[in-house]
Ligand binder design. Structure first.
Ligand SMILES: Nc1ncnc2c1ncn2[C@@H]1O[C@H](COP(=O)(O)OP(=O)(O)O)[C@@H](O)[C@H]1O
Ligand SMILES: [Mg+2]
Length: 400
């Protein structure tokens, strides 16, 4: 019997559309002899839908129409099983659409890639492909990620964090930035992706504009020095805490100073409907050099650092780790990790001879391995703590 894999995509995220592209692309490559695939689309309102057309990219040009002809479902845990039920349920007849053995979230961005969705499925008891709750959450928060990496000796740029509360007194932010860094600086939301809300400031005036922009999108931001002679190199890692390997390195070629949302997802797509058009290949369509134009020494250093970072952040499945080389002095910094990278980084594995279907198989097998291991851990603890307990508050009883 083949395993039932629910590929979940979309969701309440600014990168909703990109996830549709990544997921539908992946669905086409999952080995159907080993796995039965159930594509599950999550709306921006976090409602789940299945149906015959849910994995057809062209249908997403008119989402209301697609939803009308699809079936809303809810996840229900029944004992050790999880089933997808028709919602609302019919009074008579069978409401179970399918059972689910594994969830494969192919989602990008805050609310979905950051452990929130992973935690939901983990609570239901489903094995979840890719990073667990903690590594997803740490990977999404650029400040926490930097702190963990720094503690493990992996080079990252220093940064300062600010919140909406600090923004009420913008002068104090300016003072702190100018005390710690010299211009130019980069201002970015702490937990978004796809370059949303990021800009560079070369003076105080631009810093104010950059802060205004970033705070439109999020309540927490960070400021860090800008690398002026920048070469960006990305490397994917596949594995888990025990064994992980690095992919080929790529060098994204940017047309703009900051690699923008358009550069990443739209410039390569003909006709462009925010990237969600049939012709788009998502991240794979971005202009890039593979292998990256770097020295063997740099390549080895980056690939080694990528695996170290993956392991110390506790990742599993496939991630993409993005580096910045400061070409003025040769320093390499880890910039960020994408725990569910666009197009799952398949194009970085193909040059090493790993086909996309094999990459997907590896991710699913790692999920099963983690699930087997989780059953060896004790979750219940037999004790008599609750026997004979009395709650405090009255005149009698134990003080708790
Ligand atoms: N410190 C920096 N110096 C120069 N450019 C930067 C810096 N940080 C980010 N960028 C530019 O902004 C882009 C997006 O920043 P990144 O931190 O990767 O955020 P996102 O999660 O949105 O991809 C990078 O790909 C790079 O082009
Ligand atoms: Mg990035």
């Amino acid at each position: 019997m083949s395993l039932k894999v629910a590929v979940v995509f979309g969701g309440k995220s600014t990168e909703h559309e990109i996830s549709i592209i990544s997921a539908i692309q992946a669905i086409g490559y999952i080995n159907r002899e080993k796995y039965e695939v159930i594509p599950v689309y999550a709306t921006k309102n976090s409602d789940f839908y299945v149906g015959e057309d849910i994995d057809k990219i062209e249908e997403y040009k008119n989402i209301p129409n697609l939803l009308k002809k699809s079936q809303q479902v809810v996840w229900i845990k029944e004992g050790d099983k999880v089933n997808l039920y028709r919602f609302p349920m019919k009074k008579f007849g069978n409401n179970i659409i399918s059972s689910v053995d594994i969830v494969f979230p192919i989602v990008h961005g805050t609310n979905v890639e950051d452990g929130v969705l992973q935690g939901y499925f983990q609570t239901l008891g489903l094995p979840v492909a890719g990073c667990d709750v903690l590594s997803s959450a740490v990977g999404m928060n650029k400040y926490v990620m930097k702190t963990v990496l720094k503690d493990n000796g992996i080079p990252v740029l220093d940064c300062k964090c600010f919140t909406w509360k600090d923004y009420e007194n913008i002068d104090s932010i300016i003072e702190k930035v100018e005390k710690n860094f010299s211009y130019p600086v980069i201002v970015k939301p702490l937990n978004l992706g796809s370059s949303i809300g990021i800009s560079k400031a070369s003076n105080r005036e631009q810093l104010i504009d950059a802060l205004d922009l970033a705070f439109e999108f999020t309540r927490k931001i960070l400021v860090e020095p800008a690398v002026e002679k920048l070469k960006e190199i990305n490397c994917s890692v596949l594995g888990d805490y025990e064994e992980a390997e690095a992919s080929e390195c790529e060098e994204p070629v940017n047309s703009d100073e900051i690699l923008s949302f358009e550069d990443k997802y739209i410039s390569g797509a003909k006709g462009s409907a925010k990237g969600a058009n049939g012709g788009s290949k998502g991240m794979a369509s971005l202009k890039r050099k593979i292998p990256a134009d770097i020295t063997d020494e740099q390549r080895t250093k980056i690939r080694t650092m990528a695996v170290e970072a993956f392991k110390c952040l506790g990742c599993s499945g496939v991630s993409r780790i993005d580096f910045m080389i400061d070409e003025s002095n040769g320093n390499i910094y880890l910039n960020e990790i994408n725990t569910i990278p666009g197009s799952l980084s398949f194009y970085l594995w193909e040059p090493l001879g790993k086909k996309y279907s094999n990459l997907l198989d590896d991710i699913l097998q790692l999920t099963l391995k983690a699930d087997r291991e989780s059953h060896k851990v004790v979750y219940t603890f037999e004790s008599n703590v609750l026997d004979g307990i009395k709650l405090g508050g009255g005149t009698k009883g134990s003080k708790m």
